[in-house]
Write a protein that binds this ligand. Sequence first.
Ligand code: IMP
Length: 187
Amino acid sequence: MKLPKPLISSEDLARRVGELAIEIENDYATGDRADDDPLVCIGVLTGSVFFLVDLLEQIERLPTRIDFFQTSSYRGGTSPGEVRILKDVGTSVRGRDVLLVEDIVDTGYTLRTILDLLRFRGARSVRLCALLDKSSARQVEVPIAYKGFEIDDLFVVGYGLDYNGLYRNLDYIGVYDGEVEESEDRA
Ligand code: IMP
């Protein structure tokens, strides 16, 4: 297997994830937050898993709950923006502060759909924490409260991100230099 060319090293990922954890903790751990008012942290499977684990391991001053959505969408196909929820969260978000944790925001369709759904369900607040922002590819606006890195419009893999299910286990983010074919993506 040819290894993708490094874009963000594991050291840079670790440093930035640590900085984001401090920012999030400072913003939400005001006073003594009660255990029955946890920050509900929701990842989007599967790509966000490495990021979510590393981030939450460093958030110690806050009661948290962890849950996941799984979505799929068509990349470059005939129905852009059609995002399907394959797995819903089991946690009620009504009246809760929700932190949505995502690996990458590309067109924005996935996050726009999920943000709207969480607001509709009555979350007290919903903020987005995204490791990577490919803002030049954006089709719909999504506000990113906590952002790891801005990247160019490249197809990247590693640290949870895949191409056809491969490369998720790399400890760095690299650029996939093969042809990216039109496909149904499972985030
Ligand atoms: P969006 O709905 O277009 O913003 O895309 C979100 C999902 O597409 C992400 O959660 C990823 O699963 C996938 N995706 C977008 N860009 C990349 C990439 O460069 N590498 C791997 N997956 C990507």
